[in-house]
Write a protein of this length. Structure first.
Length: 169
């Protein structure tokens, strides 16, 4: 028989995955256009950052992959899954490495995640359209990644302060 903590972790994982999926859906409803296609707030990344800090990078990766696949099949298409996976894997890798050093606060880690997410998506776009010329888009994506990463990082940091004593596993 499995111990109680295994069930507790599974329950938390299910709730957090559902929350991330809800945030993904809510983001599709927000009629905010930044004038540049593909730029979003990244609300679901709130959950990813919190899981990264409260559990492990492995659980954050699993949560992110499950959320990206579900959101892609429910609200997107194959290309949205492809772009999101590329950005998500790169951003989580960067965030996990920076968080592990302890030299960066939650907002700094989140900003690096936002920038690397957009960079990963741009690299996939270059491969899909078979030209590096879409790279002109990089400065706009970097600014967007810094702005959204900062907002998500600040909010994630505040949530983490409030759930500091919460044991998620």
């Amino acid at each position: 028989m499995k111990d109680r903590s295994t069930y507790k972790r599974a329950a938390y994982f299910g709730v957090l995955t559902a929350l991330a999926l809800i945030f993904s859906y809510v983001e599709t409803l927000i009629p905010v256009s930044f004038g540049v296609p593909g730029i979003k707030l990244g609300l679901a990344n709130l959950v990813t950052v919190i899981v990264l800090y409260k559990t492990s990078w492995r659980e954050a990766l699993l949560l992110q992959m499950v959320r990206i696949l579900l959101a892609g099949f429910l609200f997107g298409n194959l290309f949205s899954i492809l772009y999101s996976l590329a950005g998500g894997i790169l951003s989580l890798t960067v965030m996990a490495l920076l968080a592990r050093t302890g030299r960066f606060g939650v907002p700094g880690v989140s900003v690096a995640g936002g920038v690397s997410h957009n960079t990963g998506q741009l690299l996939v776009a270059m491969a899909v359209v078979e030209t590096y010329r879409v790279g002109y888009y990089l400065p706009v994506l970097l600014i967007a990644g810094v702005a959204t990463g900062c907002v998500i990082g600040i909010v994630s940091g505040e949530v983490l302060k409030r759930i500091r004593d919460m044991d998620m596993g």
